[in-house]
Design a protein around this ligand. Structure first.
Ligand code: SF4
Length: 213
């Protein structure tokens, strides 16, 4: 059984798939407590559904792009891996958003992984599992959520240290309401940094606190 917080149909707000209709499957629980977390409601609440029941729910939306998210979906590792494998077999385009503190090596290779590397201002930097970088492929994406200049410099150092440009797509976001987007964009341009800046599109379409979008 999987503990599921919510399943809903919306517009993908982040990543290189931003703007596309997508079914989101939000799994309950998270092992982290980021300072800027906007999904605390997913830490405990949810209902128990089997993998097949989750797939039945997804089917109802007639949408082939599915994102598995949380909380931290890999807290429920075995069932989550099974769900993604089954969805791939059924011809879905599957993405997973993970905070990067659980091993990703067993994720089906057809799944697009979007993995955070937690910056210092998240308070969770010491939870990053850097071995995970070895299991990312060109189709995958690493996300840095940047709250201040220290986070920015930390991210640039890490990209250089692990030569992440050669690994996968690199996303830079701001901590919503903490760092002005224009500041981060200016730093990127000043440094001629080859990263992809993104905004959480759903927070501009709907009120930033709206759930299920
Ligand atoms: S990993 Fe995501 S869900 Fe978990 S505390 Fe951090 S921001 Fe919240």
């Amino acid at each position: 059984m999987l503990k599921i917080n919510e399943i809903y149909h919306s517009i993908q707000g982040e990543s290189t798939s931003a703007g596309r209709p997508c079914v989101f499957v939000r799994l309950t629980y998270c092992n982290l407590r980021c300072t800027y977390c906007d999904t605390e409601y997913a830490f405990y609440d949810g209902k128990d559904l089997s993998v097949e029941q989750v797939i039945d729910e997804i089917d109802k939306y007639n949408c082939k792009l599915v994102e598995i998210t949380g909380g931290e979906p890999l807290v429920q590792m075995d069932e989550c891996l099974e769900l993604m494998k089954r969805l791939c077999e059924l011809g879905y385009e599957v993405m997973i958003e993970t905070g990067g503190s659980f091993p990703i090596e067993d994720i089906d290779h057809r799944v697009k992984i979007i993995m955070d590397l937690k910056c210092p201002s998240s308070g969770m930097e010491n939870k990053n599992l850097y071995e995970n970088i070895n299991y990312l492929h060109a189709k995958d994406e690493i996300k840095f959520v940047i709250g201040n200049r220290e986070d920015y410099e930390w991210s640039v150092d890490l990209i250089r240290k692990y030569n992440l440009w050669k690994k996968c797509i690199i996303l830079f976001s701001v901590v919503f309401g903490k760092l002005e987007p224009v500041e981060l964009v200016n730093w990127i341009l000043e440094d001629k940094l080859n990263v992809r800046f993104q905004l959480q599109m759903h927070k501009y379409i709907w009120h930033p606190q709206t759930k299920g979008v």
